[in-house]
Design a protein around this ligand. Structure first.
Ligand code: PMP
Length: 294
């Protein structure tokens, strides 16, 4: 693991209980991925992940001593010795010192970059989704949805627990107007009458996989709507899926108990397109790939 410029053993990476990051949830993070290619492991859209990470840090008021280049290089440095060709890379920034007050006295934050190997085999069965009228994203005026801060995940965590208790595997939260927003850690898509439909960015994170899927759909001339998605249109869609770095495209097999064909043809096509790019097999999108070994 890379911490403030030095490689340390992961077991040595501890945080004091009284750290602001832990007591107030002010830690910000981003999660990217690396994939097996013919030239060894390669990071997927690492610059975009680092840019989003730096933005999260800025909004929360964490001052970092490292810029975009250093943080991409740190990711390469932790993936190279990981011994696996597939996994996740996590950038974190946090106030490590004891900070009893709500407003921390210092703004200089620590930075850690770690490779994370998958513990479970990749999921192959379609997701069962629950929605609830009163499980909603925080209003954007309360928490900017483009910021990945630990504290922002508390409400979504409780909603997911409720979905699991109801027999589903994942929750899709609504926005404050009652339209579909996103899952706790994934963006939501529906295919309705051949059109790919996803909520606009106002209430949801600008997912990097979301952007990849929209870019690929447009390149394939699939019509795209980035407009408020009514809950009923989502639940009665022809196909639906979630996107996130860790999936990256996860077919949805049921919404609120109604079964959907999964993966549908549009979903399947996007799964294959993303896999080819991440595997370094699509020259048109070579710009999204950073090889770990020169
Ligand atoms: N929404 C939220 C709230 C998330 O935490 C994530 C995971 N970063 C996503 C969507 C998916 O984003 P990405 O495709 O960049 O992983």
């Amino acid at each position: 693991m890379w911490v403030d410029g030095a490689m340390i053993a992961t077991e040595g990476a501890t945080l004091p209980l009284m750290a602001h990051a832990a007591q107030r949830g002010s830690l910000v993070f981003d999660v990217g991925s690396f994939h097996r290619t013919a030239r060894g492991p390669a990071l997927f859209r690492a610059r975009e992940h680092v840019a989003r990470f730096l933005r999260s840090a800025r909004v929360v008021g964490l001052e970092l001593a490292y810029g975009e280049d250093a943080l991409v290089e740190a990711a390469r440095a932790v993936v190279a010795p990981a011994g696996k060709d597939d996994g996740l890379v996590r950038w974190s920034a946090f106030f490590a010192a004891r900070e009893p007050d709500l407003l921390p006295r210092s703004s200089r934050a620590s930075v850690a970059v770690a490779a994370q190997l998958y513990e479970d085999p990749p999921r192959t069965t379609p997701l069962r989704i629950a929605t609830f009228d009163d499980a909603r994203k925080a209003a954007p005026e309360a928490i900017d949805p483009s910021v990945k801060a630990a504290a922002a995940y508390l409400g979504p965590m409780l909603a997911k627990r409720r979905a699991v208790a109801a027999g589903a595997e994942e929750v899709v939260l609504l926005d404050r107007d009652g339209f579909v927003a996103e899952a706790p850690t994934a963006n939501a898509f529906a295919v309705v009458g051949g059109t790919l439909w996803t909520p606009p960015l106002r209430y949801v994170l600008a997912g990097i996989t979301r952007d990849a899927v929209l870019t690929l759909a447009r390149a394939d001339r699939i019509p795209v709507r980035e407009e408020p998605l009514p809950r009923e249109a989502f639940a009665s869609s022809d196909e639906a899926f979630l996107t996130a770095t860790s999936y990256p495209v996860a077919p949805i097999g049921a919404i609120d108990g109604r079964a959907l064909a999964a993966p549908g043809p549009v979903t399947q096509r996007l799964i294959e397109r993303v896999a080819a790019i991440q595997g370094g097999r699509d020259a048109a999108f070579a710009r999204w790939i950073t090889y770990v070994h020169d």
